[in-house]
Design a protein around this ligand. Structure first.
Ligand code: IYT
Ligand code: CU
Length: 273
């Protein structure tokens, strides 16, 4: 959109019924964030560490741009950018009605009609991982039974701090593991397209594993907010039928045996990343 230096106010530009752009500005800070349904951050790693876009019913402030905090009520992450990640595009199926999109029977076409699908985010995170100093491999495993309406993942994002080597997410259906995504969190922490079309429906299990190394640390590392702490996050961006929208779901359950023994072997000795 326009350049970021001129105005201090967020600006909304409506281009059509369902699409709008918002420029979010931080005066005195060069990068800005411009979005339609494509999220195109204008920022570089040297000046901005990460950017997060939240949605909520009650923002902390609607008038001033310089306040602490985001939402009075529950904040839902809508977009995240870190480490020079490339722009994220939402698939066409969400932007407009597409006869060829899946699932084909729930479409309700017509330009002024409501969008047939709505995007949401499912976050898997570990809350209790402890990484022992010097220990070569520590896995954080998170898993939850999925008991809601079908979701169609199309992008995933991994997040750890410095000790994370690889993070992967799976759908488990009838004992069969199918990878949703897998990435080194040391690469740009963008939303990347999922490998193939893996839907998730009632009765499935969603699982994620973060592989950490404690090498180079002299003390235990815990989950926490500072860069000396760690995080284990696997975000799934999905779309679902807008008849039963659930824009935000999360899973914080530590995967315990015997679930764990089902884990694919592939990240135990992972030298590829
Ligand atoms: C402790 C932890 O893992 N925090 C993550 C995930 C998280 C995000 C949101 C937890 C909660 C949230 O409301 I939104 I509770 C975390 O903070 N991840 C960072 C950002 O802060 C979102 C990241 O870049 O993924
Ligand atoms: Cu973090």
């Amino acid at each position: 959109l326009s350049d970021c230096a001129s105005s201090t106010r967020s600006q909304q530009v409506f281009t059509s019924h369902d699409n709008f752009s918002v420029n979010i500005r931080m005066p005195g800070v060069v990068p800005c964030f411009s979005s339609t349904v494509d999220f195109v951050p204008h920022a570089k790693m040297e000046t901005v560490h990460h950017m997060l876009l939240f949605g909520c019913r009650t923002p902390v402030s609607t008038s001033s741009y310089c306040v602490q905090g985001t939402c009075e009520d529950e904040a839902s992450i809508m977009y995240a950018w870190a480490r020079n990640a490339p722009p994220t595009k939402l698939p066409r199926v969400i932007k407009k009605c597409d006869q060829n999109s899946e699932p084909p029977n729930s479409l309700n076409c017509g330009s002024s009609q409501r969008q047939p699908f709505i995007a949401g985010i499912y976050l898997l995170m570990s809350v209790d991982t402890v990484i022992l100093p010097g220990k070569r491999v520590t896995n954080a495993d998170v898993a939850c039974d999925y008991t809601s309406y079908p979701i169609y993942p199309f992008a995933f994002r991994t997040h750890t701090h410095r000790l994370g080597k690889v993070v992967s997410g799976y759908r488990i259906r009838d004992g069969k593991w199918t990878q949703i995504g897998r990435q080194s969190p040391q690469l740009p922490q963008a939303f990347y397209p999922t490998n193939k079309d893996v839907n998730v429906k009632y009765g499935d299990t969603i699982a994620a594993r973060c592989m950490f190394t404690g090498e180079g640390r002299a003390t235990k590392t815990y989950i926490g907010g500072t860069s000396d702490d760690e995080m284990c996050n696997f975000y799934i961006m999905y779309y679902m039928d807008n008849k039963h929208v659930i824009p935000y779901m999360n899973c914080m359950e530590t995967a315990k045996d015997p679930k764990l023994c089902l884990c694919p072997k592939d990240h135990e000795e992972d030298k590829s990343l």
